[in-house]
Design a protein around this ligand. Structure first.
Ligand SMILES: Nc1nc2c(ncn2[C@@H]2O[C@H](COP(=O)(O)OP(=O)(O)O)[C@@H](O)[C@H]2O)c(=O)[nH]1
Ligand SMILES: [Mg+2]
Length: 253
């Protein structure tokens, strides 16, 4: 599936489904070990860089949030609303991750916010190294909020720490109640779950309580906010959450 992280290397039904290129003539047990080693190595390197990013964010008192979801759940829509509604109240910068196009960066730019786009090509997630470079380019201000919109994917981004303070998973009501059970890593590693598109609830056979119960099964501490980006319902809860996380500026001596 993924050309860079090698995720999905061992499939319980098919034996293997490597993201890394391989030769079918060899012993599969050895192959599995090699791929696992490479994956471990990549993740270790990533974790070191993630700690470096985290140190930078802490030193500059920057609240870095990693926004993750399936494609189309409303990450960019939520950012557009937030950046517009909280303009002048908080200082923001945005890193946009997508395989191709600058569409999302263009949408964020239209709000007047500093933004940088990372195109991952075949890669299905952002990693700490990409974020390090993006941060060097965008230079977020002291005491600001840095949103990192990850590539739309509920699987691979769960593996890659970017150095963020917290991870926010967005799920929309059109995606089904079972997603936390199918993609537990993402819900387990997040601190906040935003349930978006609640304006569509009257038209869908969707049980929001069931989604919440499934999410809590995976992560009992997960905070939940229900909202609709298009109608604006519940956005205040998200803004309150965000403001409660913003670092208090260090007193000037
Ligand atoms: N009905 C409805 N549609 C929404 C809402 N939020 C986003 N959308 C739509 O969902 C689609 C995908 O949104 P986008 O922000 O691009 O999702 P992303 O891929 O997660 O960044 C767009 O057509 C949005 O207009 C919402 O609260 N309600
Ligand atoms: Mg987007």
């Amino acid at each position: 599936m993924c050309a860079t992280c090698g995720c999905g290397t061992v499939d319980s039904v098919h034996g293997h489904e490597g993201g890394l290129p391989h030769d079918h003539s060899h012993d599969h047990s050895t192959h599995t070990h090699k791929v696992v080693d490479v994956e471990k190595d990549i993740l270790q390197q990533n974790n070191l860089l993630a700690e470096r990013n985290r140190g930078y964010f802490e030193a500059k008192n920057i609240l870095a949030l990693n926004l993750v979801s399936s494609p189309g759940s409303g990450k960019t829509a939520l950012l557009e609303k937030t950046l517009t509604d909280l303009k002048g109240q908080l200082e923001f910068a945005v890193i946009e991750g997508d395989q191709q196009t600058t569409n999302d960066a263009d949408r964020i730019h239209a709000t007047g916010t500093k933004v940088i786009q990372i195109n991952t090509g075949k890669g299905c997630h952002l990693d700490a190294h990409m974020v390090l470079h993006a941060v060097q380019g965008i230079k977020p201000k002291q005491n600001s909020v840095l949103f990192i919109e990850n590539v739309g994917n509920l699987v691979c981004p769960a593996l890659f720490d970017l150095g963020e303070r917290e991870r926010v998973v967005i799920v929309s009501v059109t995606e089904g109640e079972d997603k936390p059970l199918k993609y537990p890593d993402m819900f387990h590693s997040s601190t906040l779950c935003i349930i978006n598109k609640t304006d569509l609830l009257p038209y869908l056979p969707f049980n929001i309580e069931k989604l919440i119960s499934n999410a809590k099964k995976v992560n009992p501490k997960l905070e939940i906010i229900e909202l609709s980006c298009t109608q604006g319902t519940g956005l205040n809860l998200w803004y309150d959450w965000l403001k409660s996380k913003v670092p208090v500026p260090e007193p000037v001596e």
